[in-house]
Design a protein around this ligand. Structure first.
Ligand code: GLU
Length: 420
């Protein structure tokens, strides 16, 4: 059944779902309703290239469920996008939003394209076309998009403008992660990275690790990884290694993050920053450190890598970085404190929720501090609930978090019943 989602990423999300459903003792006949997305939309996006030729890109939006409110989640522009990946990511968004008690179902979108291969004009055309194709299926109370890999504030502004032009009025609440100049909230851009750092701090309290004498390795230097690197650096953590899709650097004495951020501001990518510290990107996750932060893509921590990892805290800033097989290895390694993805990176969607609320009310919070403090409060609740329920259920932090999210969706579906 539902072969259209086939593939390793959806299969991984399904296995995690089944493990959680077993713990919660969800009856077999109710599982498919909770697992499979409510709807999946595939679109073809034709655009004019700068040379006058026409090219089409495949795009997807998967809305996992709408039982708690509109569906919510990012849109990624990446050459690896396929329907199964987007569907898996929509499931993780569902458990994430429910875990954090946000009034949303999960969704995810994607366009199979290398955004770096497009000019600014082509990127605008593609962004507008993608939203145009999805207008019949989204809305501020139906499905609310946000940034993800390969998209940013500018893309969200184009999405919002395209939807608004069709509606004949400005509808800022149709997407989150917009520039502050057109309905965005203070603190959204940094939110995911800040939230990750905050939970690393909480985890360090749990395992009694002195952050100012600790070390970290960060895979991925985009909107999330770069903020985590900078915040940890400011807390006195020695950043031993970083990488992006163009280069990886390792310096046992610690990398100069402020200098690297300046380099990134002009060059956009890590490539070319240094020749001395260059390493093979494949080796970054197994460098011995206190805090390991995968902040790139899914399924990078395989069984083999899990056996070789030498860290005390694994902070999953990316979605789905750890395979089910790797998780089985970690289950036998209680020396590693795992902050699972749906908890670790939830600062992004939490602040998206604040942005949506402000847009709906047209009442904006002036202080960035207010945004940050409210985000930390929500994340603390999710964190302490997760670790206490892991102890109670005698399971991993990942399963405890997934169960908490799944339970909320299940209860809502049960109470609402099946229509008609
Ligand atoms: N793409 C982000 C995530 O995976 C943010 C989603 C949102 O803000 O809606 O959590």
């Amino acid at each position: 059944m539902f072969d259209i989602y086939g593939g390793p990423v959806f299969n991984m999300a399904r296995q995690q779902f089944l493990q959680a459903a077993d713990i919660l003792e969800i009856p077999n006949d109710q599982r498919d309703r909770l697992l499979y997305p409510k709807r999946a939309i595939a679109v073809t996006c034709p655009i004019h290239r700068d040379d006058g030729s026409t090219v089409v890109y495949e795009g997807y939006r998967v809305q996992h469920h709408l039982s708690l409110g509109p569906s919510k989640g990012g849109v990624r522009f990446s050459p690896h996008v396929d329907l199964g990946e987007v569907a898996a990511l929509s499931l993780w968004m569902s458990w994430k939003c429910a875990l954090m008690n946000l009034p949303y179902g999960g969704a995810k979108g994607g366009v199979r394209v290398d955004p770096y291969s497009l000019s600014h004009k082509e990127l605008e055309a593609l962004s507008r076309r993608f939203m145009q194709e999805l207008i019949p299926f989204v809305g501020p109370h139906v499905d609310v998009m946000a940034p993800d890999i390969g998209t940013n504030e500018q893309v969200m502004a184009w999405f919002m403008d395209t939807y608004s032009n069709d509606a004949g009025r400005t509808v800022t609440e149709i997407v989150t992660g917009k520039p502050v100049s057109c309905g965005g909230t203070a603190g959204r851009r940094e939110a995911t990275g800040r939230g990750v750092t905050h939970l690393i701090f909480r985890a360090s309290e749990e395992i009694k690790l002195n952050l100012s004498q600790s070390s970290a390795v960060i895979q991925g230097f985009g909107n999330v990884g770069s903020v985590v690197a900078s915040e940890l650096y400011d807390l006195g953590v020695k950043i031993l290694a970083i990488s992006d899709h163009t280069a990886a650097y390792h310096d046992p004495k610690g990398l100069n993050i402020p200098e690297i951020l300046k380099y990134i501001a002009t060059h956009g990518v890590l490539k070319g920053y240094s020749t001395e510290a260059l390493i093979d990107p494949a080796t970054i996750l197994t460098i011995k450190c206190d805090i390991l932060v995968p902040a790139a893509v899914e399924r990078v921590i395989t069984e083999e890598i899990a056996n070789k990892i030498e860290c005390k805290i694994l902070a999953e800033a990316a979605n789905g970085p750890t395979t089910v097989e790797a998780d089985a290895v970690f289950a036998k390694r209680p020396d590693i404190f795992i902050i699972p993805d749906i908890l670790c990176n939830s600062g992004g969607v939490t602040v998206s929720y604040f942005e949506w609320v402000q847009d709906l009310q047209q009442f904006f919070w002036e202080e960035e501090e207010e945004v940050i403090n409210r985000m930390k409060k929500i994340m603390d609740k999710g964190f302490y609930e997760t670790i206490s329920s892991a102890k109670q259920l005698k399971t991993t932090n990942r399963m405890a978090a997934t169960c908490a999210g799944l339970r909320r969706v299940h209860l809502a579906k049960q109470a609402r019943g099946l229509f008609p």
